[in-house]
Design a protein around this ligand. Structure first.
Ligand SMILES: C[S@@+](CC[C@H](N)C(=O)[O-])C[C@H]1O[C@@H](n2cnc3c(N)ncnc32)[C@H](O)[C@@H]1O
Length: 265
């Protein structure tokens, strides 16, 4: 889903219609069996989910995971397709996402996870260490862009290993741009980086948002990175299974998947 510019949304359940008015006053009416209606309602649902902290309501195999369930399903599809040897994730928090990645690796039968966080709380560390999937998980303490963190990562990854990077730590433009520059060399031929929470610009004005989110967000960092790295491009994969009318994911991370498309410069 792209970020929606709708300023007024009316849902008429009796008629089975959705009316969306954009900021410039344009009004469009969509029947509910159209992808346009689904996108408009989903954009409102995502905003409402942000305001209500919906994503702070799930666990994965016992650990709190701060992800939209839709995004977890799409990540599972990506992992099944990519079959990485190593998933490097910045931003561990309670550990739910590293456990999620490790669980999919276990189901696939290959892969391990390295989680990086500047502030791994003792309770999270202990719970991850005691988890049945702990043998597939390593943790590195530190700022994700610090030279020591990157050296520790490189020491744990063999050059021939296929790496998938997931960036979910601080979401400022400068930090994500620095992460992208630092982690891109870990990603080999046809490898990928997934950037979380590119939705921020669409949440400007919402509770717990900041006035600068319109430009200070992971999507802006992606654009900065792509301008300097023509060997990467945004990939928007088609759903691997789709007998419905919807073609674009409902996601907190639009345009989040970056694929290496050419040789390193
Ligand atoms: C959004 S949470 C991660 C959520 C987790 N991936 C999940 O899905 O459950 C962000 C995490 O990034 C960490 N963080 C913030 N700034 C960081 C930095 N500069 N380097 C590494 N980690 C950072 C925070 O400590 C926090 O645990």
């Amino acid at each position: 889903m792209t970020q929606d510019k709708t300023s007024l949304l009316t849902i008429d359940m009796a008629r089975g219609e959705v009316a969306a008015v954009t900021a410039d006053g344009t009004r469009r009416v969509h029947r509910m069996d159209t992808p346009e209606a689904f996108e408009a309602v989903s954009a409102a649902w995502l905003r409402c989910g942000w305001d209500t902290k919906y994503v702070y309501g799930f666990t994965w195999l016992g650990r709190p995971v701060i992800q939209l369930p839709e995004d977890l399903l799409r990540m599972q599809e990506l992992l099944w397709r990519e079959r990485p040897d190593v998933i490097v994730e910045t931003g561990v928090a309670h550990g739910g996402s590293v456990v999620f990645h490790a669980s999919i690796c276990a189901m696939i039968g290959t892969g391990r996870v390295i989680g990086v966080d500047i502030d791994i709380r003792p309770a999270a560390r202990a719970a991850i260490a005691a988890h049945p999937l702990a043998p597939r998980i390593a943790l590195i303490d530190g700022d994700s862009t610090a030279p020591a963190t990157l050296a520790a990562l490189r020491a744990r990854i063999a050059p021939e290993e296929r790496v998938l990077v997931v960036l979910d730590s601080a979401h400022t433009r400068a930090h994500v741009r620095a992460e992208l520059a630092a982690y891109a060399p870990l990603v080999g031929e046809r490898g990928a980086i997934f950037v979380c929470d590119g939705i921020m610009a669409a949440l400007c004005g919402a509770p717990r948002s900041a006035a600068d989110w319109g430009w200070n967000n992971p999507q802006a960092a992606i654009d900065d990175f792509l301008a300097a790295h023509p060997d990467f491009a945004v990939e928007e994969p088609a759903f691997p299974f789709n007998e419905g009318a919807v073609r674009r994911p409902v996601t907190y991370s639009p345009r989040g998947l970056l694929r290496r498309t050419g040789m390193r410069p």
